[in-house]
Structure formats: structure tokens, C-alpha cells
Design a protein around this ligand. Structure first.
Ligand SMILES: Cc1ncc(COP(=O)(O)O)c(C=O)c1O
Length: 365
């Protein structure tokens, strides 16, 4: 089976570096909020071209902490997309704020500005963009829209590590960006991890307080915070993996290019190509098919693993059925959920495996 991810096929040299990183932490005798977290935070901030990164427990907490750091909570609305990981919307709800769902652009599956505008109200405090599948697009439009509406621009970058638009990296356009380092992400650890990136010293300080029980100094709790700290072990692993990041991202792009060049089947549609090579990092390579479920079974039968991101849009999830949404409906999100399918696109895939995926898809009748 050609897998969606294959960690066992990672280079032996990387595995040795990870073992050395873990050994260093064990021998240091310091496991929470120490040098490894500080080093990784500064390395990640520097790669993002931003002033501060604050390591937290996971990508979902990064969003919750980011919202709380901006005092966005009860009574405040945050506009986002129904075509995302449930965690995006759950984090808004956990911060005490109210999510409002706008529809997507059918070509990119990213938020549609016209729909976002229809969702604005006097309670809107922010728009949380999700750079879905690894794509960063139209940031000029989003910056202008948020400025005009006088709301915060926030970025969920869990799928878009270092994707960039006109030279600026995902997460650096608005007040903050929230990253996840879940194992399958473009930069992932061997467990959970996340970070908030920001140019605001005040927001970074507030995020540091919130991740650590709301503790401003030892045993002084100025807030009711979370326990959500990136730990030393994961920070050390992430530092080791960061050394391979560019190489792995380049490989994802090569596979995507092979798919764009090679997949030719009238029953299968490709999504929009990125505007340039930096604006998509291919966390996922998504294809569209009217007979998606038949294609899903066919691929598995022919040795090609696949997943659906996402089969159920957020507004159809049981706890979210009454969430306010675009009055015109979320038609494109629903159509996308019925047709989308993610095919293997990870750095350890060989050319032979990519060609096999193309061949199998092209033979689908
Ligand atoms: C778009 C998006 N947002 C948020 C998250 C949550 O990240 P984590 O699993 O690290 O909490 C994910 C992870 O799946 C994601 O894909």
C-alpha cells in the first residue's frame, strides 16, 4: 500500500539526530520550559521572519490561547470556514467566543471574501483564515477586508508551514498565526506540539502567561490559563526536524508537480494550481471526483491509501448544527465535502510510488 504518511521510511540520519536530541534532553534533567523550547521558539520565529514564537501543547490550544490573548471571548464573533479540521472551530468555542461560518471558494476551498462580508456583524471581532491543504492566497484581499471591517486578521497555519505570499510567511499577516506540530504536519514531532507566532511583544507575553496556568510570575496567577506547554523533548525533536524541513517541502512540491503533469482522467479534477511555487507547501494533495466514494474504494483496492479532508463540514457536526452562517448557505463547502479526496503526497514517497498513484488514477473508469 502506498501510504498517506510513512515515518518508518524516514532517513536513518534524521532518526539518529532525533535519538541524539532525545538523549540530550534526558541527560539535561530539565523537561519543561527550558533551553530546548527557547531554542526552538527562536529558530521557528526566525524561519517565519517574525519576532516571537511561543511553543504550546498543540495547534488547537495555539488558537484558543491566541484568541484569549486578544481578549476575544464571550459575546464576540469570529468568522471562519466550515471546511477545516474541527479543532479550528472547537478552539473558538473553547475561548468562549462564537464561531460564524462563511462559505468557500469552489476553486481553492479557501474562504470566499464575499461570503465573509455577508457574515460580518456588529459583534465580529476577528476572521480566522485557514490556509487549507498548504495554500496561502489572496492575502492582499484579506488584509484590506479586515482593515475595512476593523476586525483582527488571524491565521490557522496548521497545514501551511512556511508557505508564503509575496515573500511573507503564513501566520505573519495578521495579529498572530497558530501552528500545529502534530506528527503528520509538514513540520511535526512525535506527539503533540504547537506554536503561536506574532510580531507583538504584548501578545507573545500574554500567550506565555496563558500556556502556563495563567501564571505571570511563579505562583502568581493573573489569569485562568491552560496547561499547554510545548515540552523539551518535542522541542528538541522539532529542532532536529527543522534541519530537514526545506528538503522535505521541496519533495512534496516535486510530487505535486508530477501529479499536475501526470493525472489525466476526465472523471478526476485537480484543484487550482498555486500562483507561484512558494504559496503552496502541499500538506495535502486533494483531487475532486463526483464519484468520490467509488474512487476511494478503487484506490484502496489498487494499493493507494487515501483520506477525505473533510467529509463532514463543521456545520453538520452534532454540536455545531445551530452555528450562525452565511444566509446564502454553505453550498460550496457542502459540494467540496462530497467530492474531495486526498492522495499520498509525503516526502518519503519515491518517484515510482508517485507514478503508480498517477497510473492507478488514470485507469479509473
Ligand atoms: C487546519 C487545522 N487547524 C487546527 C488543527 C489542530 O491542531 P492540533 O491537532 O495540533 O491540535 C489541525 C490539525 O489537524 C488542522 O489541520
Amino acid at each position: 500500500m502506498i501510504l498517506m504518511n510513512n515515518f518508518q521510511a524516514e532517513p536513518a540520519e534524521l532518526i539518529q539526530q532525533e535519538i541524539a536530541a532525545v538523549e540530550k534532553v534526558i541527560k539535561s534533567g530539565w523537561y519543561i520550559l527550558g533551553n530546548e523550547v527557547r531554542n526552538f521558539e527562536s529558530a521557528w520565529a526566525s524561519r517565519c521572519g517574525i519576532s516571537y514564537a511561543v511553543g504550546v501543547g498543540n495547534g488547537m490550544d495555539a488558537i484558543e490561547i491566541g484568541l484569549r490573548a486578544l481578549n476575544i471571548g464571550p459575546g464576540d464573533e469570529v468568522i471562519t470556514t466550515p471546511m477545516t479540521a474541527f479543532a479550528t472551530v472547537l478552539a473558538i468555542i473553547r475561548a468562549g467566543a462564537t464561531p460564524v461560518l462563511a462559505d468557500i471558494d469552489p476553486i481553492t476551498a479557501l474562504l470566499d471574501p464575499a461570503s465573509v462580508e455577508r457574515c460580518l456583524s456588529s459583534h465580529t471581532r476577528a476572521m480566522l483564515l485557514v490556509h487549507l491543504y498548504g495554500q496561502v492566497r489572496n492575502m492582499d484581499t484579506w488584509i484590506a477586508l479586515c482593515k475595512h471591517a476593523d476586525i483582527h486578521l488571524l491565521e490557522d497555519c496548521a497545514q501551511s508551514h512556511l508557505a508564503s505570499w509575496k515573500g511573507k510567511v503564513a501566520g505573519s499577516f495578521g495579529d498572530w498565526g497558530a501552528y500545529s506540530f502534530y506528527p503528520t504536519k509538514n513540520l511535526g514531532t512525535m506527539g503533540d506540539g504547537g506554536a503561536i507566532i506574532t510580531n507583538s511583544e504584548e501578545l507573545a507575553n500574554q500567550a506565555r502567561v496563558l500556556r502556563n496556568y495563567g501564571q505571570s510570575q511563579r505562583y502568581h496567577h493573573s489569569e485562568l490559563g491552560l496547561n499547554s506547554r510545548l515540552d523539551e523533548m518535542h522541542a528538541a525533536i522539532l529542532t532536529a526536524r527543522l534541519g530537514w524541513f526545506d528538503f522535505f517541502t521541496a519533495r512534496r512540491k516535486e510530487i505535486a508537480k508530477a501529479y499536475f503533469d501526470g493525472i489525466k482522467n476526465p472523471l478526476v479534477h485537480l484543484m487550482a494550481e498555486p500562483v507561484d511555487s512558494e504559496s503552496h507547501v502541499y500538506h495535502l494533495f486533494v483531487i475532486l471526483c463526483d464519484e468520490r466514494d467509488r474512487l476511494n474504494n478503487y484506490l484502496r483496492e489498487h494499493g493507494v491509501d487515501n483520506l477525505i479532508h473533510y467529509p463532514i463540514p463543521v456545520h453538520h457536526q452534532v454540536p455545531c448544527k445551530s452555528i450562525r452562517r452565511d444566509l446564502k448557505g454553505l453550498i460550496h463547502a457542502e459540494a467540496h465535502a462530497a467530492r474531495c479526496l486526498s492522495i499520498p503526497c509525503h516526502p518519503q514517497m519515491s518517484d515510482g510510488e508517485a507514478n503508480k498513484v498517477i497510473e492507478v488514477i488514470n485507469e479509473f473508469k
